[in-house]
Ligand binder design. Structure first.
Ligand code: NAD
Ligand code: LMR
Length: 329
C-alpha cells in the first residue's frame, strides 16, 4: 500500500540548522524509513533564494521518500496542511539587546506562526520549537493557537538530554547506549537541570556509579547547561548539526515511542506535575507511545534536585510574565 506523504513544515529553512535538518528529514530519519514526506519550507523574503538553493540540492539527492518541496514566505501557506512543524527560525540576540527586546522580537515571529498553525495546519499537527528562547517561543505560539490541543506544542531540550548522556558516558566509561532514564528539567537555558538521580548506567543507579556530588554540581551540570555557549565560543556559530540531530530525535521519539524501561526529555506544557506551574512549557521526563507523551510520575525529588528544578522553573515563570506583559500571550 502506498502511504500518503506526511507534510513537514520547517521554518528558518535557509539557516544553518535548516541545512543540517532537511536532508535527514528527506532521507527518512524524522518519521521512519518507510514514511514518505512532503517538505514545506518557510523563510522570510531575504532567505527565499538560499532556501531555493537548498531545495535544488534536495532534488539532486533523489531521495526515494521525498514527494515534494514547496517554499513560502507566508506562514499561512507554509503551515497549510502541516502534520509536523519544526519552528527553527527565530530572532537571535544581538549586541545590546535586552531580554525584553528579544522576547518581543520573537513574539513578532511566533505569534503569527501560532495563528497560522491554528488556522491552516492539519488536525494531527505536532509542533517542535527549536528557535530560542525555545520554551517561551513555544508558549507564545501555543497561546495563539486556541483550537489546537495545547500539548501539541513542545520545545526542544533533547539536545541537552543528548549532551548529558554523552558527558555521563565519558565520565563513567560507559557506552551511551547503556545510559537510560536521564532527565532534563526546566528551561533550555543555563538554568536547566540535568538530573542523574533516576538515571541508570547498565542497570545501576547513575548517581551511585558516579558517587561524586561535587563533580555533579561543579562539572557535570554546568558543562551540560553551558554547552551551547561553549559551542558558540569554539565554532563562532551556535550548534547546528547537533541541534538538527536532536530535533530529529525529539520528533522521532514522539511519533514512534520510547523504548521499554527508558524515557526522554521534552519541553511540554506543564499539567502541574512536580510542582511546576500549570501551563508553562518546561522540560520533564516523558514516555511516548502511539504519538502521545506522558510525564513520568512518582519520581522522588531530593533536595539537591528540588532547588535546581525550582530555579529553572522560576526563570520560565518570569519569561511567561514578561511575554504576558508584552501582550504576547
Ligand atoms: P540561522 O540564523 O542560521 O538561521 C535562522 C533562519 O531563520 C534564517 O535563515 C532566517 O532567515 C530564518 N528566519 C528568521 N525569521 C523567520 C521567520 N519569521 N520565518 C521563517 N524563517 C525565519 O540560525 P540557526 O543556527 O539555524 O538557529 C536557529 C535557532 O535555533 C536560533 O534561535 C538558535 O538559538 C536556536 N537553537 C536552539 C537550540 C535548542 O537546543 N533548542 C539549539 C541550537 C540553536
Ligand atoms: C544551544 O544549546 O546550542 C543553543 O541553544 C545555543 C544558542 O544560544 O543558540
Amino acid at each position: 500500500m502506498t502511504r500518503t506523504p506526511v507534510n513537514v513544515t520547517v521554518t528558518g529553512a535557509a539557516g544553518q540548522i535548516g541545512y543540517a535538518l532537511l536532508f535527514r528529514i528527506a532521507s527518512g530519519h524524522l518519521l521512519g524509513a518507510d514514511v514518505p514526506v512532503r517538505l514545506r519550507l518557510l523563510e522570510i523574503p531575504q532567505g527565499m533564494k538560499a532556501a531555493e538553493g537548498t531545495a535544488m540540492e534536495l532534488d539532486d539527492c533523489a531521495f526515494p521518500l521525498l514527494k515534494g518541496i514547496d517554499i513560502f514566505d507566508d506562514p499561512n501557506q507554509g503551515f497549510e496542511g502541516a502534520n509536523v512543524a519544526l519552528l527553527v527560525g527565530a530572532r537571535p540576540r544581538t549586541k545590546g539587546m535586552e531580554r525584553g527586546d528579544l522576547l518581543s522580537a520573537n513574539g513578532g515571529i511566533f505569534k503569527p506562526q501560532g495563528k497560522a498553525i491554528n488556522d491552516h495546519a492539519a488536525d494531527d499537527i505536532k509542533v517542535l520549537v527549536v528557535g530560542n528562547p525555545a520554551n517561551t517561543n513555544a508558549l507564545i505560539a501555543q497561546a495563539a493557537a486556541p483550537d489546537v490541543p495545547a500539548e501539541r506544542f513542545t520545545a526542544m531540550t533533547r539536545l541537552d538530554h543528548n549532551r548529558a548522556i554523552s558527558q555521563l558516558a565519558k565520565k563513567t566509561g560507559a557506552d551511551v547506549t547503556d545510559i537510560k532514564r536521564l532527565t532534563i528539567w526546566g528551561n533550555h537555558s543555563a538554568t536547566q537541570y540535568p538530573d542523574i538521580f533516576h538515571a541508570e548506567i547498565a542497570g545501576k543507579n547513575a548517581a551511585e556509579v558516579v558517587g561524586d556530588e561535587l563533580w555533579l554540581a561543579d562539572t557535570f551540570i554546568p558543562t551540560v547547561a553551558k554547552r551551547g555557549a561553549a559551542i558558540i565560543e569554539a565554532r563562532g556559530a551556535s550548534s547546528a548539526a547537533s541541534a538538527a540531530n536532536a530535533a530529529i530525535d525529539h520528533v522521532h521519539t514522539w511519533v514512534n515511542g520510547t523504548a521499554a524501561g527508558d524515557w526522554t526529555s521534552m519541553g511540554i506544557p506543564s499539567d502541574g506535575s512536580y510542582g511546576v506551574p500549570e501551563g508553562i512549557i518546561s522540560s520533564f521526563p516523558v514516555t511516548t507511545k502511539d504519538g502521545a507523551y506522558e510525564i513520568v510520575q512518582g519520581l522522588d525529588v531530593n533536595e539537591f534536585s528540588r532547588a535546581r528544578i525550582d530555579a529553572s522553573v522560576q526563570e520560565l515563570v518570569e519569561e511567561r510574565d514578561a511575554v504576558r506583559e508584552l501582550g504576547l500571550i
